[in-house]
Design a protein around this ligand. Structure first.
Ligand code: FES
Length: 270
């Protein structure tokens, strides 16, 4: 069993949970994820490792389905039946020079750990975090503390720059030399934002979030097309070279999943 060390709400339907898991905490690196099962008969859900503190790891999730809704009700002292990880390949962190770490919506969850490791590797780190509105922005203070510079955007202008992370990135690319970019967010946002770096030939990583079941390369549910080849996000990723990713097929598969999620939430409530 894995104890919940702390559980709080960060934004509308967005929750953070610190889980005591010494083995996981010891080995966790930026870009990796956990597969969590709240109770014995629960479904397994993959969640990115957002931070490490002593023996605990933090995950951040949006309550969008039966399992995440249940997780959001868990409190300090409750126990999860299973926490497997760290899974997936760590982010390819090295001293690139100047890097930009971009988080969109709940995808911001993944950015502080990437920014911190990039900083430790000697990079000048620029953060861009964006959300639909100010109530959905998370981890601003944390990102401000770790990044050399931080830009905040909201789609509706309720905080920071009125607009999208992609526009800020475009401006940065025009003004200075950017050596590497990470983008974590909804698939459509990663597609649009990574297209901005394409003409500049800047190495760009995205963290893909397809359906995952076992998280160990056995079930095939997380298959994605990268560079024309089939890859499994859980073992070959979840980070990939953005300019090689077939986002359209990813989004198509995710849409199928959303319908199933809706059905499962309805089932849970009735
Ligand atoms: Fe099953 Fe990746 S989640 S193969």
């Amino acid at each position: 069993m894995y104890q919940v060390e702390e559980a709080t709400q960060l934004a509308d339907r967005v929750f953070q949970m610190w889980i005591t898991a010494p083995q996981v905490a010891r080995h966790a690196r930026a870009g990796q994820f956990l597969v969590i099962r709240a109770h014995e008969n629960g479904e397994r859900i993959p969640l990115t490792i957002s931070a490490v503190r002593g023996d605990a790891v933090r995950v951040i999730f949006m309550s969008v389905g039966k399992t995440t809704e249940y997780l959001s009700t868990m409190k300090k002292g409750d126990a999860l039946s299973d926490v497997a990880g760290p899974l997936g390949k760590p982010s390819e962190i090295k001293n690139y020079g100047t890097v930009v770490v971009i988080g969109g919506g709940v995808g911001i969850a993944s950015t502080p750990i990437i920014a911190r490791e990039a900083k430790e590797a000697g990079n000048h780190v620029i953060g861009i975090i964006g959300a639909r509105n100010k109530d959905l922005l998370i981890l601003e203070d944390e990102m401000a503390a770790v990044c050399d510079e931080l830009f905040v955007t909201t789609d509706d202008g309720s905080k920071g720059i009125h607009g999208f992370a992609a526009s800020v990135l475009e401006q940065l690319l025009k003004e200075r030399k950017i050596d590497c970019v990470w983008i974590v967010g909804p698939a459509i946002m990663m597609k649009v934002t990574s297209n901005v770096t394409r003409p500049y030939g800047v190495l760009t990583f995205v963290s893909l979030n397809p359906i995952m079941v076992d998280g160990t390369g056995m079930c095939g549910s997380c298959r994605v097309t990268v560079g024309g080849e089939t890859k499994f996000a859980c073992v070959d990723g979840p980070e990939f070279d953005a300019h090689q990713v077939d986002f359209d097929s990813l989004m198509q598969r995710q849409r199928m999943y959303v319908d199933e999620e809706k059905a499962s939430v309805e089932h849970y409530h009735h």
